[in-house]
Design a protein around this ligand. Structure first.
Ligand SMILES: [Zn+2]
Length: 89
């Protein structure tokens, strides 16, 4: 695995980038929140992205569990058809 790079895997800026040791959980929520590109997970990212992601994790620490509990939930209140469709046969 690459630990250092000249390009950030997240914002694709040419900047000294380093792989960050976020936990699996942290990467997962960052993905759910669309704070990070899927291709940047566990890849070297620049200092700027790292600072932003870290802040996001701190700011939204209370939401992390919720985000992990309900990944990819269908829209709330999705319409469920009641009853069976009757077709004259
Ligand atoms: Zn970056």
């Amino acid at each position: 695995m690459q630990h250092l790079a000249d390009t950030c895997a997240n914002c694709t800026t040419d900047a000294k980038s380093k792989r960050r040791d976020f936990s699996e959980q942290a990467w997962a929520v960052l993905l759910v929140w669309k704070e990070v590109q899927a291709g940047a997970v566990d890849q070297p990212i620049c200092d700027e992205c790292y600072a932003e992601l870290r802040e996001t994790l701190i700011d939204r620490a209370g939401e992390i569990e919720d985000a992990l509990k309900a990944p990819k939930q269908p829209q709330k209140g999705a319409v469920v058809a009641k009853g069976k469709s009757r077709k004259a046969g």
